[in-house]
Design a protein around this ligand. Structure first.
Ligand code: C2E
Ligand code: CA
Ligand code: CA
Length: 322
């Protein structure tokens, strides 16, 4: 396998550019890893994907651990296909408050899935799988529909001033129909665009492509707010901040957790809040769990906060009571 990989690993000149080529290799050995050609190939394929995820251009043997993961994965995918129709998905809401007034300003919608066979599966586990199978476009549309219907139901109630933020996955951002889909939901429900906020990670916007710019510009035309989620953990490109019409930076919870304990986390939060401030953007700290963190955030001039200290993400009815 190493010899094959070595032969493939070549630099190929294309015009003025040097292109590099490499191979990841998965190996299965019969009869232990399978007795039919079909099984052996399937298992070698799974080992190849494992190799790719560990390190591009590496070599992996098929193991029972890989087999278990593959089975768990395909189970999740199979069950997820029916989740929307069976009503197994729901949204939880977590409030976001002003650090100045202490009043709630908005809610983040967070996806929950409880399956008959698998029990409740955390979003970190099923969303990456949904993204690979493109199911995420359909699920994401369901989330947007629920969130915008909720905003519509809140109009003319005590909750009418709140906005809702929805997380967008990279697959959705690449879907050409997304902007039209959101626009038609907003107008069908007569919900003003500025009550919807879309949370994107720096990775989703990576590439700084014309398409991304055009998409965000369309959101902007509808007054939809855009926030950069998990800010500081990814790309943190200053060019992105200049190029894209972004309204809010969400300071990642890994930095917020260190406030009052870890000096470098404090410096990072301070820098992000300062950056937001000087660019005229809103700043939000996520994952706020303690009074001490709240004090630090106020001192640093952070505008808004969200976290277990105020409320965990809860079902809609409980949020409304809260
Ligand atoms: P995220 O967007 O960064 O969401 C914040 C996560 O932090 C949520 O986890 C939330 O429950 C958790 N959290 C909130 N407050 C605290 C706190 O004080 N301490 C700690 N330790 N955690 C806190 P959750 O609900 O498990 O969601 C995980 C991730 O799954 C989200 O991270 C988001 O990336 C993704 N996700 C959730 N719902 C959706 C969705 O509808 N669409 C997409 N594309 N992604 C979603
Ligand atoms: Ca988020
Ligand atoms: Ca986040």
């Amino acid at each position: 396998a190493e010899r094959i990989a070595g032969k493939i690993q070549k630099t190929i000149p294309v015009g003025n550019v040097e292109m590099r080529c490499s191979a990841s290799i998965g190996i299965s050995v019969g009869p232990n890893d399978g007795e039919s050609l079909e099984d052996l190939l399937k298992h070698a394929d799974a080992a190849m994907y494992r190799a790719k995820s560990i390190e591009r251009g590496s070599i992996q043997f098929f193991t029972t651990e890989i087999e278990e993961k593959t089975v768990a994965r395909s189970n999740i995918e199979r069950r997820l296909r029916t989740a929307i129709n069976e009503g197994a998905l729901s949204l939880h809401f977590q409030p976001r408050l002003s650090l100045k007034t202490g009043l709630p300003l908005s809610a983040e919608a967070l996806l929950r899935w409880t399956d008959e066979e698998l029990g409740s599966v955390p979003p970190d586990q099923f969303i990456p799988i949904a993204e690979e199978s493109l199911l995420m476009v359909e699920i994401g549309e369901w989330v947007l529909d629920q969130a915008i219907s909720t905003l519509a139901a809140w109009q003319n109630t005590a909750l009418s001033g709140l906005s809702i933020s929805v997380n967008l996955s990279a697959v959705q951002a690449r879907d050409r129909n997304l902007a039209n889909f959101i626009a038609s939901l907003l107008s069908a429900h007569r919900v003003p665009g500025d009550q919807l906020e879309l949370e994107l990670t720096e990775r989703v916007l990576m590439g700084e492509t014309e398409e991304n710019l055009a998409l965000l510009q369309r959101f902007r035309d509808w007054n939809i707010q855009i926030s950069l989620d998990d800010f500081g953990t990814g790309f943190s490109s200053m060019r992105q901040l200049r190029l894209f019409p972004i309204s809010t930076l969400k300071v990642d919870k890994s930095f917020v957790g260190g406030l009052g304990e870890n000096h470098s986390d404090e410096s990072i939060v301070s820098a992000i809040v300062g950056l937001a401030h000087s660019l005229g953007l809103n700043s939000v700290a996520e994952g706020v769990e303690t009074e001490l963190q709240v004090r630090h955030l106020k001192n640093l001039g952070c505008a808004e906060a969200q976290g277990y200290f105020y409320s965990k993400p809860v079902p809609k009815e409980i949020f409304e009571d809260w």
